[in-house]
Design a protein around this ligand. Structure first.
Ligand code: F6R
Length: 241
């Protein structure tokens, strides 16, 4: 595990973007595993700027997103597909057929999860998986559990996650209760994992996840065993270690 300690959110975004941009330069047809949420927003902004300056080109890049709410359609403003489009995809030259996100509107969970697992396999694995860290230690929507999950599955969101995501919805009842998420196995199989964490509110869970025991009760802790895991965190997020 490598820790890159940065001053603040903006530095975290720049350092994270450096890592992603260097991969795209070295492997233009790479497979990126992408995340939504506040943590990677700045990184996406940075990548867009570099694309606009002509420093990186996404024409051969493929992407797979970690997760999507069940029940939200692609044009719903709270869906993760919408988030990705508005923060990233609409500004760059990725081919639409190379963009993959679980389909929240597919009510047949078994079929949707199988489709996504087969897709991950057909892409030959993920070169770089980008992650944020949930307040309860979740990665993707893999919530604290008795076991580490394997492939894509439908998950019931915990109260803590519903509360944390409440800020994106008009009222709490609107927050979906279920999501599709890639499993822990899919995440740890990525050849490289980069996690972005910023802010004091994450300091306690950073300590538990990376300086405590490896346990499915804190799903991110499994990354301690990953051979190529980089945590890019700011001083506030590292203040308890
Ligand atoms: C998002 C995702 C989640 C978030 C996590 C942190 O696709 O999979 O695990 O990364 O909830 O969210 P933020 O970055 O909003 O604090």
């Amino acid at each position: 595990m490598r820790i890159i300690r940065v001053k603040n959110y903006d530095d975290m975004s720049r350092q994270g973007a450096n890592i992603v941009a260097s991969l795209i330069t070295l492997k233009p047809n790479c497979v990126l595993g992408l995340a939504t949420g506040s943590s990677p927003e700045g990184l996406y902004r940075e990548l867009v700027e570099r694309y606009q300056r002509g420093d990186i080109n996404f024409c051969q890049v493929k992407s797979v997103n970690l997760d999507e709410y069940v029940g939200l359609s692609a044009d719903s403003e709270q869906s993760y597909r919408y988030f990705m489009h508005h923060h990233f995809f609409k500004y760059i030259n990725m081919k639409p057929e190379n963009i993959h996100i679980p389909c929240g509107k597919n009510e047949d969970a078994e079929q949707e999860c199988r489709r996504y697992d087969e897709l991950l396999q057909s892409l030959g694995g993920i070169d770089l998986q980008l992650l944020g860290l949930g307040m309860n230690g979740h990665i993707g929507f893999n919530e604290p559990d008795e076991i580490f999950t394997t492939g894509t599955h439908k998950v019931k969101l915990t109260e803590s996650t519903i509360l944390a995501n409440r800020r994106f919805f008009a009222k709490e009842e609107d927050v979906p209760r279920f999501a599709y998420t890639m499993g822990i196995r899919d995440i740890v199989h990525a050849r490289r994992v980069v996690m972005l964490v910023s802010g004091e509110t994450k300091a306690d869970i950073v300590r538990q996840a990376f300086f405590g025991p490896v346990t499915p009760h804190v799903p991110a802790s499994i990354l301690q065993f990953h051979q190529n895991f980089t945590l890019v965190a700011d001083e506030a997020a590292l203040s308890e270690i």
